[in-house]
Design a protein around this ligand. Structure first.
Ligand code: C5P
Length: 207
């Protein structure tokens, strides 16, 4: 039977780690959908397109194929632009089909993002909403960026995350909201192993 797992949540909540762990545990393919929006942002940045233009952002969607593994995808600059261009309905619509196809693979898949359980795969077997206190998320993102050789101030990361939460949650196109049938996974005081164990327990409760 096909097992589709939707993992949604705000930036640096641990959803990526949980999604990768679940994919490994169940032997399923995994798609980090944030990477799609980040690749659009990076393409726009490299080509000098205006992030305030929906038309420019839509053009950038068609140039992302070579960028999916670019190390610059992780940067805060790219993440910030990704959050802005992801509010455009035309950009979301242009990225919808490939995400739905991924979710529809025989056997199933794990996808993580903001709107997987609500828009991309409303039929998912299990939906997890992963979250953590914003201060803890800022610490994690700060450590990640420092380790990747992209030093930033913790305070700036916190300001940036708050702005991103606000934009992602209040946009009209596919805002970050917990699906009615999603299960909450609060990771503030959990390490990655504990979060994964809890995620597996939650998925099993829906199979
Ligand atoms: O998850 P990540 O931080 O990599 O995502 C970058 C940005 O892409 C987010 O801030 C969000 O605005 C957007 N995004 C989205 N829908 C998704 C995944 C990401 O709008 N499914």
């Amino acid at each position: 039977m096909s097992l589709v797992i939707a993992v949604d949540g705000p930036a640096a909540s641990g959803k990526g780690t949980v999604a990768r762990g679940l994919a490994r545990h169940y032997g399923l393919p995994h798609l980090d959908t944030g990477k799609l929006y980040r690749a659009v942002a990076l393409s726009l940045l490299r080509w000098g397109g205006d992030p305030d233009s929906e038309f420019a952002a839509l053009r950038a969607v068609h140039e992302i194929s070579g960028l999916m593994d670019d190390p610059e995808l992780k940067s805060e600059t790219v993440g910030g632009i990704a959050s802005r261009i992801s509010a455009y309905p035309a950009v979301r619509a242009a990225l919808l089909e490939r995400q739905r196809e991924f979710a529809g693979q025989p056997g199933g898949a794990v996808l993580d993002g903001r709107d997987i359980g609500t828009v991309i795969a409303p039929q998912a077997t299990a939906k997890l909403f992963v979250t953590a206190a914003v201060e803890e998320r800022a610490k994690r993102r700060h450590a990640e960026l420092t380790a990747a050789g992209l030093p930033v101030h913790l305070e700036d990361v916190l300001i940036d995350l708050r702005a991103r939460d606000e934009r992602d949650s209040h946009r009209s196109a596919a805002p970050l909201v917990m699906a009615d049938d999603a299960l909450l996974l609060e990771t503030t005081t959990m390490g990655p192993d504990e979060a994964l164990a809890e995620a597996i327990r939650l998925v099993e409760s829906r199979r």
